[in-house]
Design a protein around this ligand. Structure first.
Ligand code: 3HC
Length: 684
C-alpha cells in the first residue's frame, strides 16, 4: 500500500503531495511521510526547493483528532514542523481549502505560504479545549502579529486568505491552478538566503504593547468564562513575546499537555465527534435518497416562523410565508428585515446580501400559494387543535410528494400526522428560539415518517448550517422532556426553601448561560400559562396574575431596571413563602449540592430513559441537543458525558439520597441503574 505522502519532481522543485481523505488530517503516516519527504529533498542535490501541497478538498485540516487520548506515535507533530523549518532548501506551503490547527502549524513551519484566494487559515484548537501545540502559539504572533494571533487562537475562527495576506501570514495569493503557482513561487525564491524561519522573526513581537494581554483578557472575560483553553492560549502567546523561541515552545508544550490531559478538552473532543455522529440516521435503508427541496413554505410569520424562514433565505432557498392577516404578515417580514439589517450593521452581511435574502421571500395571505412548495413548515400556536386544523388544510393544498413539517416543541407528531392523507410525508422540525440563530433542530421521526423524508430533513438541516438531531415522538422530545424535569424540581425547591437566586447561581456556576428562573423571565413566565388570572394554583400563576410576566413586563421572578438588569424581588420571595405555607411545605435550608442532584441528576436519569425508549439514537445525541439547544457548557460535554465524568454510581447515589423528595413523579431509569451497577458509561 503506498503511503498518503508522495513526491514528484518539477524541474528542481520537489512537490510533496498528501492524499489522506477526507481532510488530510495529520495522521502518523502523514507525519512520517512528511519527514521522509524533507529527508529526500535534503539528500537529493538536484532539488533546490520544496512545495508541500494536498490533494482533495483541503490542505491539512489539523492533527488527527481520533489519535488524541491514545499513546502518541512518533514522529510527533512538533518534530515534523521543526524538520520542515530546518530544511536547508526553501519550503513553500501551497494552501487550498482550510489550513487548520496542525495544518496551519505545518504551513508556519514552511518558509513561505502561497494560498488560493478562497482558502481559510485558522487555529480551531481552542474549540477542542487545546492550543496550537506544535509551535503554533510561538510562530503565529511572530508572523501574523500579536493581536491577530490572540484573536485567532482564542476564537478558533479561521480567517480568509486575503486577511491572511494583509497580516503577513500569506506571502502570495493566487487564483486558478495552485500547484503550478506555488512551484513558480518556489523557483523565484530558491536562491534567497537566509531562509525566513517563522521561529526567528522578531519584529512583530518586539513592537507589541505588553498591556495588550490584560486588555484582551478583560475585553473577552465573558466569552471565556469557565473555559481553560482561552487563558492557556493567551498565556502561550504572551510567553512568545517575552521569551526566546526555544524556551517558548517548551512552555507551550507544557500548557498543551495540561489541556490535553484535562477534563475540558476530553469533553470538547467528545462533542466534535458527537456533532458529526448526530447527523447519521440509524437503520436507514440502503439507497435512500433525499427529496429535492427547491422552495419552502412557512405557515406563521411570528417570531418562530420568521426565524425559521430566515435560515432558508440565508441559504438561498426561496420561501413562501403565509399569515392570516396583513398586519401580522407585515410585522413579521419587517422583523426579518430588521434582523438582517442588524447583522449587516455588525458587518456580518453586506447590504446586497440583505436584499438578496429578502428577494427570496414571498409573503402572502393566500394559503394556496403553498401549492408549489416542496416542504411546508407549520409554525403556529402550540395547541393540538390549531395544529391539526392547519395540517388538514395544508394537506389538501400541498403537491404530492411535498413534505409537511411541524415545529411543535411538545405535541404528539403521530396525532398531527394522522389528520393528513400522507402521514409518511410528515416530520417534526423543532427549531429553537431564536430560530435564525440557535444551531439545533430536533428532527422528529413519527411512527409513519418515511426514511427518505427523514433523510431529507437531516440533509436540509445541514444545508442551512444547523445541527440536526433525530428524535422520536414523546412529550417534549429529547430537550424539552429533560428540561421539564429540571424546571419541575427547581420550582419544588423554591417551595422547600431555596430562592430563585440560589438556584440560578448554582446553574450559572455550573456553566449554563442562565438558570431556570432567569430563563423563564427571558422567555416569558406566561408561556404555557392558562391565561386565567383568577385561577392561581402555582407560583407561576400568581406571578402572571400580578403582571410579572418576565423581562418583557419589567418583572418576573426578578425585578428589572430599564436596562433589563435583574435584582432579587422581596415581593416574589413573599409569594414563594406564602405558597409554601399554603401547601403545607416546611421550608428548610437547601444546599447547592441538593440543587445539583435534584435538577441535574434528574435530567441525566430522564436522558437515560430517553435512550432506553429509543427516543434518542445515541447518548451523544442528547449531549448535542443540550449543548446546541440550551447552552449546556461545552467544556462539560453535555449531560450524558458529564454523568460519565462524574461516574454513574455517584449519580445513582445522589438520586437515591433525594428519592423521597422527588416522589411521586420520579422513577429510576433501569438503564441508568444497570450501567451504574456494571461500571459502564454512556459515551465512552
Ligand atoms: N482529525 C480527524 N478527523 C477529522 C478531522 C481531524 N482533524 N477533521 C475532520 N475529521 C473527520 C470528521 O470527523 C468527519 O468524519 P466522518 O465523515 O467519519 O464523520 C470527516 O473528517 C469530514 O469532516 P466534516 O464533516 O467536519 O467535513 P466538512 O467538510 O464539513 O468540514 C473541516 C471540514 C472544516 C476541516 C472540519 O472537519 C473541521 O473543522 N475539522 C476540525 C479541524 C480542527 O479542529 N483541527 C485542529 C485539530 S487539533 C490540532 O491540530 C492540534 C495541533 O495543534 C497539535
Amino acid at each position: 500500500m503506498p503511503g498518503p505522502i508522495s513526491t514528484r519532481r518539477h524541474g528542481d522543485v520537489l512537490i510533496v503531495l498528501s492524499n489522506n481523505p477526507p481532510v488530510n488530517a495529520l495522521s502518523t503516516a502523514v507525519r512520517q511521510g512528511l519527514v521522509d519527504a524533507i529527508a529526500e529533498a535534503e539528500a537529493d542535490g538536484d532539488v533546490r526547493a520544496v512545495v508541500i501541497a494536498c490533494e482533495g478538498q483541503t490542505f491539512f485540516a489539523g492533527a488527527d483528532i481520533s489519535e488524541f487520548g491514545k499513546p502518541p506515535q512518533q514522529p510527533w507533530l512538533p518534530t515534523v514542523v521543526e524538520a520542515i523549518e530546518n530544511c536547508s532548501k526553501p519550503v513553500v506551503a501551497a494552501i487550498h481549502g482550510t489550513a487548520l490547527g496542525g495544518g496551519l502549524e505545518i504551513a508556519l513551519g514552511c518558509h513561505y505560504r502561497v494560498a488560493d484566494a478562497s482558502a481559510k487559515l485558522g487555529t480551531p484548537e481552542v474549540k477542542l479545549g487545546l492550543l496550537p501545540g506544535a509551535g503554533g502559539t510561538q510562530r503565529l504572533p511572530r508572523v501574523a502579529g500579536v493581536r491577530k494571533a490572540l484573536e485567532m487562537v482564542t476564537s478558533g475562527t479561521p480567517i480568509g486568505a486575503r486577511d491572511g495576506f494583509a497580516c503577513g501570514l500569506v506571502d502570495r495569493l493566487v487564483e486558478g491552478d495552485l500547484i503550478p503557482h506555488a512551484v513558480a513561487y518556489a523557483e523565484e525564491v530558491r536562491d534567497v538566503r537566509p531562509l525566513p524561519k517563522s521561529s526567528e522573526r522578531q519584529g512583530k513581537i518586539e513592537e507589541c504593547d505588553p498591556a495588550l494581554f490584560d486588555d484582551f483578557r478583560k475585553a473577552n472575560a465573558k466569552r471565556f468564562r469557565g473555559f481553560d483553553a482561552p487563558e492557556a492560549n493567551i498565556k502561550a502567546v504572551q510567553i512568545a513575546c517575552s521569551t526566546p523561541y526555544s524556551e517558548g515552545v517548551v512552555e507551550e508544550r507544557k500548557l498543551f499537555m495540561e489541556l490535553m490531559t484535562g477534563a475540558q478538552s476530553a469533553a470538547q473532543r467528545h462533542l466534535f465527534f458527537a456533532e458529526r455522529k448526530a447527523g447519521r440516521i440509524d437503520r436507514l435503508p440502503e439507497n435512500t435518497a433525499p427529496r429535492a427541496i427547491a422552495r419552502v413554505g412557512v405557515i406563521g410569520a411570528g417570531t418562530m416562523g420568521g426565524g425559521i424562514a430566515m435560515n432558508f433565505l440565508s441559504a438561498g432557498i426561496p420561501v413562501t410565508i403565509v399569515e392570516m392577516g396583513q398586519e401580522s404578515l407585515d410585522r413579521g417580514t419587517g422583523i426579518m428585515r430588521r434582523n438582517y439589517e442588524a447583522s449587516a450593521a455588525k458587518g456580518k452581511l453586506t447590504a446586497d446580501q440583505v436584499e438578496t435574502a429578502m428577494d427570496y421571500l414571498q409573503p402572502t395571505l393566500d394559503f394556496a400559494a403553498l401549492a408549489d412548495c416542496d416542504l411546508v413548515i407549520e409554525a403556529v400556536y402550540e395547541n393540538m387543535d390549531v395544529k391539526k386544523e392547519v395540517f388538514e388544510r395544508v394537506d389538501k393544498i400541498a403537491k404530492p410528494g411535498a413534505i409537511l413539517a411541524s415545529n411543535t416543541s411538545y405535541l404528539d407528531l403521530n396525532e398531527i400526522a394522522a389528520v393528513t392523507s400522507r402521514p409518511a410525508d410528515v416530520v417534526g422540525l423543532h427549531f429553537f428560539s431564536p430560530a435564525n440563530i440557535m444551531k439545533l433542530i430536533e428532527v422528529v421521526r413519527g411512527d409513519a415518517t418515511a426514511p427518505d423524508v427523514l433523510l431529507t430533513a437531516m440533509t436540509l438541516g445541514k444545508r442551512i448550517r444547523k445541527v440536526p438531531v433525530v428524535a422520536g415522538v414523546c412529550h417534549g422530545f429529547i430537550g424539552n422532556r429533560m428540561l421539564r424535569q429540571r424546571q419541575n424540581e427547581a420550582t419544588r425547591l423554591l417551595l422547600e426553601g431555596a430562592s430563585p437566586e440560589q438556584i440560578d447561581r448554582v446553574h450559572v456556576d455550573f456553566g449554563m448561560p442562565m438558570g431556570p428562573f432567569q430563563m423563564q423571565d427571558l422567555a416569558g413566565v406566561d408561556i404555557g400559562w392558562h391565561r386565567d388570572p383568577s385561577r392561581v394554583e402555582t407560583i407561576r400563576d400568581q406571578l402572571c396574575a400580578m403582571e410579572r410576566r418576565g423581562q418583557k413586563t419589567g418583572a418576573g421572578f426578578y425585578d428589572y431596571d430599564d436596562k433589563r438588569r435583574p435584582t432579587p424581588s422581596p415581593l416574589v420571595q413573599q409569594v414563594i413563602e406564602d405558597f409554601s405555607a399554603r401547601n403545607g411545605v416546611q421550608r428548610r435550608e437547601i444546599t447547592d449540592q441538593e440543587i445539583v442532584e435534584r435538577t441535574l441528576y434528574t435530567m441525566v436519569n430522564e436522558g437515560a430513559k430517553i435512550l432506553e425508549e429509543g427516543i434518542a439514537q445515541r447518548a451523544s445525541d442528547i449531549d448535542v441537543v443540550w449543548v446546541y439547544g440550551y447552552g449546556w457548557p461545552v467544556y462539560r460535554g453535555g449531560p450524558m458525558f458529564w454523568a460519565d465524568s462524574e461516574g454513574l454510581a455517584k449519580i445513582v447515589d445522589g438520586l437515591r439520597r433525594q428519592e423521597e423528595r422527588l416522589k411521586p413523579e420520579f422513577s429510576f431509569s433501569n438503564l441508568l441503574l444497570d450501567m451504574a451497577a456494571k461500571g459502564d458509561s454512556f459515551t465512552r
